[in-house]
Design a protein around this ligand. Structure first.
Ligand code: 0X9
Ligand code: ZN
Length: 308
């Protein structure tokens, strides 16, 4: 079995990223961005056939595992890496050669490990700030970004699953995403943060108002969804594409809105399939989820190039 066909522990995922970077050192750069609250290395890959210097190429920035229990999200990023550098097919040559990629497979390693060892349904980070609250651990990473922070879809109770933290970017894990955006934003054409579950492709803004280029954003999201739906994968419901507040209810401080206000033209949250299993999708389904999502990502990538 390949690493993206199941749910590996954080150590093994980091080892895979290191191996890939060594084996493909001409196209892959491994970056250790920071240590998580509990001291785990947060790593991401930069993939470029021109060493990331070519301003004429757009960047696609994909991330996953901000929410710990959403296990299907990380394999999708690992499979994307596999398709871009390890097992590149003719149909994907243009995505490898004409787009640069930043792929961050595990934003929240502490939460992910905790969901393996202690509580499968854990969502948040594992930070603890005794001077501020001595009751509960963890912040909802997708409420912690500095965009409409602490306004809607949140709870000030530190024990809540949607606690936004005591200040924006209180969490080192969200600061990693912020810093990548800051460094590369003029070239990032698409930001995509993978979540689960429910088969959605969501876009901004969090207050249900729309960005000025909403038609373009919707077009690319709908093209992604249509491409995936066309595969007619067994049991998979169709993707619903729309504004996050309209589809799921307003929620502030999320990664997608932060990327959008930072200047990324097309920013998405995907909600990957849960089928009838919710967060606990059996690993046997990873092949079809990876295949489906790669088709969607590739479609978005081709359009990102056109629009850049
Ligand atoms: O609520 C969230 O953070 C995301 N759903 S999840 O079930 N994975 O927790 C959706 C975020 C959508 N984007 C915004 N609300 N901005
Ligand atoms: Zn989520």
């Amino acid at each position: 079995r390949m690493i993206f066909q199941g749910y590996q522990r954080h150590d093994e995922i980091n080892e895979y990223l290191e191996t890939i970077a060594e084996r493909h050192s001409n196209v892959v750069t491994l970056v250790t961005a920071a240590q998580s609250f509990e001291g785990r290395d947060i790593k991401y890959l930069k993939i470029s056939t021109t060493n990331f210097n070519d301003e004429s190429k757009p960047i696609i920035f994909m991330s996953a595992m901000l929410h710990a229990r959403e296990w299907v999200t990380t394999p999708v990023t690992l499979y994307s890496i596999h398709r871009l550098v390890d097992n590149v097919r003719h149909e994907d040559f243009e995505l490898r050669d004409d787009v640069d990629w930043i792929i961050l497979p595990v934003i929240n390693p502490d939460g992910y490990e905790y969901s393996h060892t202690d509580n499968r349904m854990w969502r948040k980070t594992r930070s603890h700030y005794p001077a501020i609250n001595d009751t509960c651990y963890g912040v909802d990473g997708n409420r912690n970004f500095d965009v409409y922070w602490n306004t809607f879809g949140v709870s000030s109770d530190p024990c809540s699953d949607v606690y936004p933290g005591h200040e924006p970017f209180s969490e080192v894990e969200t600061r990693v995403v912020r810093d990548i955006l800051q460094e590369y934003v003029p070239r990032i054409q698409i930001f995509m943060d993978h979540h689960s579950f429910g088969n959605y492709i969501l876009f901004c803004n969090a207050d249900s108002s729309l960005p000025p280029n909403a038609a373009q954003i919707h077009h690319v999201g709908a093209a992604m969804g249509a491409r995936m739906d066309a595969l007619k994968i067994p049991k998979a419901p169709y993707y619903r594409v729309g504004n996050s507040a309209n589809m799921l209810g307003a929620a502030s401080g999320a990664s997608d809105d932060f990327a959008q206000i930072s200047g990324v033209p097309m920013s998405y949250t995907t909600e990957l399939p849960g089928y009838e299993y919710g967060f606990r999708v059996p690993p046997d389904y990873m092949d079809q989820i990876n295949e489906e999502m790669w088709h969607g990502i590739a479609e978005a990538g081709r359009l990102a190039k056109l629009y850049y």
